[in-house]
Design a protein around this ligand. Structure first.
Ligand code: SF4
Length: 187
């Protein structure tokens, strides 16, 4: 039985079949994801209450669309202290957040430990909060900057308390356009 048949019949996929979902057309995948969602939850939608934290805006890259990095349109560079970040998490936790979403620029001045230690501090103080941190572009930056493989960086993130990573940083997939608007950033 192929994957579509199983999805039609609402049957659980095995590991290999689940990997096969990567090869489905996105709209087909979306159709079945929505079918299962509606079967489970009807017309209800659920939202995650999270807090975005941007620890630094100092960036070694210069993307043309970026209004966040300190090097271009925004002249005020900053790097938050860990205590400042923990204060933000503390205040947000009092407002019932379930997740922190940590994303920032490619700052070559902080050191890898600075990134990792803040994950650990948040997770230790707030084990119930889901820590979502770093885009694939940031992981690439850290990998190059500190001479570690992607796997090593991700293993460290997990070890220091990160629960998931983000989908940001992709922006434009067309290589020609991407080179023009964010040359220097990972392909
Ligand atoms: S890498 Fe990110 S923070 Fe840096 S310039 Fe590009 S979009 Fe802005």
């Amino acid at each position: 039985m192929n994957i579509i048949d199983k999805l039609e019949r609402n049957e659980r996929l095995n590991y290999e079949e689940a990997i096969g979902l990567y090869d489905l057309d996105l709209f087909v995948l979306g159709k079945y994801a929505n079918k299962i969602r509606e079967e489970k939850h009807g017309r209800k939608s659920y939202f995650n209450i999270n807090r975005h934290i941007n620890p630094t805006n100092i960036c070694k890259d210069v993307c043309q669309f970026c209004a966040y990095s300190a090097s271009r349109k925004n002249p005020k560079p900053y790097t938050l202290k860990h205590e400042e970040i923990l204060d933000v998490v503390k205040n947000s936790s009092l407002n019932g957040i379930k997740e922190v979403h940590i994303v920032s620029a490619h700052n070559p001045q902080t050191g890898l430990e600075w990134y990792l230690e803040i994950f650990k501090k948040i997770k230790t103080a707030y084990p119930q909060i889901h820590v979502k941190a770093l885009t694939a572009a940031e992981i690439h930056f850290l990998s190059e900057e500190y001479n570690k493989s992607y796997e090593e960086i991700i293993d460290l993130m997990i070890e220091y308390g990160v629960d998931s990573m983000q989908g940001g940083g992709a922006e434009i997939f067309d290589e020609k356009v991407r080179k023009k608007i964010c040359g220097g950033k990972v392909t």
